[in-house]
Design a binder for this molecule. Structure first.
Ligand SMILES: *[C@@H]1O[C@H](CO)[C@@H](O)[C@H](O)[C@H]1NC(C)=O
Ligand SMILES: *[C@@H]1O[C@H](CO)[C@@H](O)[C@H](O)[C@H]1NC(C)=O
Ligand SMILES: *[C@@H]1O[C@H](CO)[C@@H](O)[C@H](O)[C@H]1NC(C)=O
Ligand SMILES: *[C@@H]1O[C@H](CO)[C@@H](O)[C@H](O)[C@H]1NC(C)=O
Ligand SMILES: *[C@@H]1O[C@H](CO)[C@@H](O)[C@H](O)[C@H]1NC(C)=O
Ligand SMILES: *[C@@H]1O[C@H](CO)[C@@H](O)[C@H](O)[C@H]1NC(C)=O
Ligand SMILES: *[C@@H]1O[C@H](CO)[C@@H](O)[C@H](O)[C@H]1NC(C)=O
Ligand SMILES: *[C@@H]1O[C@H](CO)[C@@H](O)[C@H](O)[C@H]1NC(C)=O
Ligand SMILES: *[C@@H]1O[C@H](CO)[C@@H](O)[C@H](O)[C@H]1NC(C)=O
Ligand SMILES: *[C@@H]1O[C@H](CO)[C@@H](O)[C@H](O)[C@H]1NC(C)=O
Ligand SMILES: *[C@@H]1O[C@H](CO)[C@@H](O)[C@H](O)[C@H]1NC(C)=O
Ligand SMILES: *[C@@H]1O[C@H](CO)[C@@H](O)[C@H](O)[C@H]1NC(C)=O
Length: 655
């Protein structure tokens, strides 16, 4: 939604991909007790890294959540949505005129205020929905102008293909601005935003999917918080509840370099948008006491209330927008043949995958760690920029059909009623932290003293038992039958595996929509990977425990001199490898990244979110105590991987 400031344009032009450390997947524990076998000579389940299932799963799980969609800026889901009756939406303007359409409405007033509420003559419009409003949602950071990939899905959707998208318009700057920016070329992303908004609304109207007062009336996207492109203000679906002059008394004697930056000439923003009146302009004026930094912090802070899941725990996503998991469309749909085959081909090379999708891991441990990191983040690099016309028409048809289904009375007949999004969230909640903790516990092996093995294995046993607890019946066992009883192919084992894999399988006769079939398939693949990886770990742990540690009165002493040590060592190095690869395959890195230590009351875990991400940099003085955050470039990306707790102290008012 931020589209009026020079600052924002500088940010999008100068942002670069940064490399950071991901703590989670680079164990810094002492692993000297372990000896990794080579990746090909063990019997780990082979995971298909070309499969779209973990990608579909992650996109589904993350819908409408700020935190994961900040980690994964490039969206892959398009979904019809609804905004409930009685929802407030905000728009600020610098001239007090009712906005022309389409315009951008913020769910958080802080967003609207910061964007255009701080000029000498700013007005805040508050609208409230009079009925449940239907909308179309693009996931990812779909309103972020930081990197082109954020807009891929919208553009391919509008132009039927990647290859029909016209080049971005160039921003024509007056000479004094050209000098100020070193004659750099900027794209007019703001004009492009309006074109995009018009086209998205046109799509709705042209296909008779909505209009003023009925059907689809807007498009929901995210940058720092969520916004809605509202298609037509003459609609009775929203009512203007207030229009207030929110201009505050200006600061006096502000250095001219700041006010100069603020008073952006009309041509700067408006060019390329003929329909709009001349006065609908800028901009950020820095003699407003609330413009920086506290204002930016308020905006960013409002967005963080919609973080959603963190550390595998439920949080509040954008609950003012609701989805129906019967009608999701994913760009990983196999029907997107050219887009999908390009992803598979490109990643085969970049990620060292075989044509079956198996990963050829580097042999050196440190190379392997780095490669695992790349694998686990692979969705971050996946752009929807290989969409052929055939793909585009397929996508358009599918989205239209799904939007229409929700307008019709036939929904019940075509949808199972199962909430697949909640199921995906339950799975993340059930396994993400458990896997992480199990990995950390396994890695502790290298530090065990001779007396510690029993306690340590008991920990591992608890963690692996938990996964199979609802599914596993212990067979009759004696010491001499342990080997067969806990074999992977034993019937109790296989039954448990089946129950684990199918724990959310729909009943056979269940009618699923096309969307549901795909989501359900992705969920089933994700569960298969988790259950298949965990089964041998569980069984082997039970077997070793029962063979050696089950006598409460006689804990064995385990030193490198005894065979049991070797057995534990081999098992543990295999298990670490298996879990690392599983975690990389799942790619839930957003769930395995946290502020460490955790944040105190009143603090929030800071990750850079566009465009509020670098405000502290552009407007000197932000992020006190974090001098390196004063950079309006990729150095901020570090904080995505090493987030840090902040509160209002880090954003002192003014500068
Ligand atoms: C690790 O395994 C390799 C191959 O099995 C072996 O040659 C090497 O000695 C082992 N290293 C340690 C520290 O056990
Ligand atoms: C892995 O997934 C890709 C993409 O869907 C598919 O082409 C390939 O056949 C799969 N590999 C196996 C072994 O099933
Ligand atoms: C996209 O395809 C539809 C259906 O064929 C067509 O009506 C529309 O004009 C196309 N849009 C563009 C921008 O090519
Ligand atoms: C641009 O900068 C050059 C070199 O500093 C200066 O000579 C020129 O007058 C400036 N032009 C404008 C329009 O400010
Ligand atoms: C920008 O280009 C103009 C005209 O080409 C030139 O006069 C000016 O010095 C340049 N400014 C900078 C900062 O390079
Ligand atoms: C909608 O229809 C108008 C007028 O017929 C046309 O100019 C426009 O390209 C169409 N837009 C879309 C997104 O289909
Ligand atoms: C908004 O709706 C009104 C009333 O139906 C219509 O006259 C107007 O053309 C619409 N505006 C746009 C931009 O579609
Ligand atoms: C809005 O308020 C500001 C500050 O009080 C004032 O300067 C401005 O003239 C007001 N605008 C209108 C249209 O009354
Ligand atoms: C996908 O698109 C990108 C960007 O245009 C291009 O570099 C890449 O080669 C394409 N992949 C395939 C397999 O065509
Ligand atoms: C792929 O192989 C190259 C060369 O060995 C290595 O540098 C890179 O880390 C590997 N990447 C992955 C994801 O395995
Ligand atoms: C399990 O596999 C082993 C070795 O492959 C075999 O000897 C045994 O009969 C199998 N057991 C079952 C229950 O299939
Ligand atoms: C447990 O260990 C104690 C001490 O070594 C031994 O006396 C006892 O027989 C063992 N019990 C079983 C069931 O193996």
């Amino acid at each position: 939604m931020l589209r009026h400031t020079l600052g924002a344009l500088i940010l999008c032009a100068s942002a670069v991909h940064g490399q950071g450390l991901q703590r989670v997947l680079s164990p810094n524990n002492d692993l000297s007790g372990l000896n990794f076998s080579s990746p090909t000579d063990n019997n780990l389940p082979r995971l298909n890294f070309s499969s779209p299932s973990p990608l579909i799963f992650h996109s589904t799980f993350a819908l409408l959540q700020q935190w994961p969609n900040t980690f994964f800026e490039y969206g892959h889901t398009i979904a019809p949505c609804k905004v409930p009756k009685g929802t407030n939406l905000y728009h600020a303007s610098s001239d007090g005129k009712r906005p022309p359409e389409p315009e951008f409405l913020a769910f958080d007033p802080e967003m609207a205020y910061w964007i255009l509420g701080t000029t000498p003559d700013s007005h805040m419009f508050t609208y409230r929905t009079r009925r449940e409003v239907q909308c179309l949602y693009f996931d990812g950071s779909s309103a972020s102008l930081r990197r082109d990939g954020s807009m891929d899905s919208q553009m391919a959707f509008l132009y039927n293909s990647t290859y029909n998208i016209p080049p971005k318009p160039i921003l024509e700057l007056p000479p004094e601005f050209r000098n100020l920016t070193g004659n750099k070329t900027f794209f007019n992303d703001i004009a492009l935003e309006y074109t995009r908004a018009e086209k998205l609304c046109d799509f709705i109207h042209n296909h008779s999917l909505g209009g003023p007062g009925w059907g689809y009336e807007g498009v929901v996207r995210m940058n720092t918080g969520f916004e809605m492109i509202w298609c037509n203000f003459s609609s009775p679906s929203v009512e203007l509840v207030s229009r207030l002059n929110v201009s505050a008394p200006r600061l006096e004697e502000v250095p001219s370099r700041w006010t100069h930056l603020g008073h952006v000439p009309e041509t700067f923003v408006v060019k390329g948008r003929k329909k709009r009146g001349k006065k609908q302009i800028p901009g950020l004026t820095f003699d407003n006491p609330f413009a920086v930094n506290g204002g930016v912090y308020s905006w960013w802070h409002a967005a963080t209330k919609r973080y959603g899941f963190g550390n595998g725990q439920y949080g509040r996503g954008e609950t003012r927008v609701r989805l129906d998991s019967c009608t999701l469309f994913t760009l990983y749909d196999p029907g997107m043949q050219d887009q999908e085959s390009a992803r598979v081909m490109d990643e085969r090379k970049s990620l060292n995958l075989t044509k079956e999708g198996y990963w050829m891991a580097p042999r050196e441990d440190n190379e392997r760690d780095a490669a695992l990191k790349t694998l686990s983040r692979r969705r971050q690099a996946q752009r929807a920029h290989n969409v052929s016309e055939a793909d585009g028409l397929y996508m358009r048809g599918a989205v239209e059909q799904r939007m229409r289904l929700l307008l019709s009375t036939e929904k019940e007949q075509h949808c199972s009623g199962i909430d697949w999004i909640e199921i995906a969230r339950d799975i993340v909640s059930a396994y993400s932290i458990e896997l992480y903790n199990l990995l950390k516990r396994l890695e502790f092996f290298g530090q065990l003293g001779p007396e510690d093995a029993r306690l340590w294995l008991s920990d591992i046993r608890h963690a692996s038992h938990l996964v199979f607890m609802p599914f596993y019946e212990y067979p009759d066992i004696t010491k001499s039958t342990l080997q067969e009883a806990f074999a992977v192919n034993a019937s109790n084992s296989q039954s448990a595996l089946h129950r684990c894999k199918t724990q959310y399988a729909p009943f056979e006769a269940e009618e699923l929509s096309d969307s549901e079939r795909l989501t359900s398939h992705a969920i089933s693949d994700v569960l298969s990977a988790i259950c298949t990886t965990m089964l041998p770990i569980f069984l082997q742990t039970e077997r070793i425990w029962l063979a050696n540690f089950n006598n409460f009165s006689a804990p064995p002493v385990v030193t490198p001199a005894v065979p049991l040590w070797h057995e534990l060592q081999t098992a543990t190095s295999h298990n670490i490898q298996a879990i690392e690869e599983l975690m990389a395959w799942l790619g839930w890195i957003d769930q395995w990244t946290a502020c460490d230590p955790g944040c105190a009351l009143g603090q929030v875990c800071y990750i850079p979110i566009w465009p509020a991400l670098a405000m502290g940099g552009i407007l000197k003085g932000g992020m006190k105590g974090h001098e390196d955050l004063d950079e309006a470039d990729g150095s901020l990306d570090r904080y995505l991987w090493e987030p840090t707790c902040v509160d209002f102290h880090h954003f002192p008012p003014g500068w």
